[in-house]
Design a protein around this ligand. Structure first.
Ligand SMILES: Cc1cc2nc3c(=O)[nH]c(=O)nc-3n(C[C@H](O)[C@H](O)[C@H](O)COP(=O)(O)O)c2cc1C
Length: 158
C-alpha cells in the first residue's frame, strides 16, 4: 500500500485475520462505508499503522481465542491509537467479551483506546466440526448489513 503519511491521516485501516473467509467478508463490509484500507495481518507492515484516525482489528475465533497474530498486533499499535475490534465465531455468539478479553487487556495496557466492538456468527469450517453445520450460511445478508451499519455508525462518530 503506497498511501502517503498525509493520506493515512484521513484514511482508517482495517487489519484482519481470516482462515476461512468469514471475517474477511465482514471486514470488507466495514471497509466500504469507512473508505478504509484493508490489509490481512500477515501482509501488514508497521508503517501502515502510523497516523491513522482509526484502526479496526478483526479475527475469527480459533480454539476459543482470536488469532494470535491479531492479539500480538496490540504491541505494534502506535501510542494513542484508536481502535475497534470485530470477530466471528461458529458458536458462543454472546461470548464476544470473552473471546476479546486477551486483546482488550493488551490494548488497554498499551494505552490504546477501544471505541467499539462487533461480534457475529461465521460458519464453522473446521474439519473436525464442519459436519455439524454450526452457523451454516453465516455471515448471511443480515450479518453483513449489521457489519456495514456498525461501520456507518463509526463513520458518523469519527
Ligand atoms: C481451526 C478452527 C477452530 C475453531 N474454533 C472455534 C471455537 O473455539 N469456537 C467457535 O465458536 N468457533 C470456532 N471456529 C469457527 C470459527 O470461529 C468461525 O467459523 C469463524 O467465522 C471463522 O472465521 P474466518 O472464516 O474468518 O476464519 C473454529 C474454526 C476453525 C477453522
Amino acid at each position: 500500500m503506497g498511501a502517503s503519511p498525509k493520506q493515512r491521516r484521513r484514511t482508517p485501516l482495517i487489519v484482519f485475520c481470516s482462515r476461512t473467509d468469514n471475517t474477511r467478508r465482514v471486514a470488507e463490509a466495514m471497509a466500504a462505508p469507512l473508505n478504509a484500507d484493508l490489509v490481512a495481518v500477515d501482509q501488514l507492515k508497521d508503517h501502515q499503522l502510523r497516523g491513522r484516525p482509526l484502526i479496526g482489528m478483526g479475527s475469527g475465533v480459533y480454539w476459543l481465542r482470536l488469532a494470535p497474530q491479531i492479539v500480538s498486533l496490540a504491541a505494534r499499535m502506535p501510542a494513542r491509537a484508536r481502535t475497534f475490534i470485530f470477530s466471528t465465531s461458529g458458536w458462543g455468539h454472546s461470548w464476544g467479551n470473552f473471546y476479546r478479553s486477551d486483546l482488550e487487556k493488551k490494548l488497554q495496557q498499551r494505552g490504546v483506546e477501544i471505541v467499539d466492538r462487533w461480534h457475529g456468527p461465521g460458519q464453522d469450517r473446521n474439519p473436525l466440526f464442519k459436519w455439524m453445520g454450526i452457523s451454516k450460511g453465516r455471515p448471511n445478508d443480515d450479518d453483513i448489513r449489521s457489519a456495514r451499519e456498525f461501520a456507518q455508525g463509526l463513520k458518523r462518530r469519527f
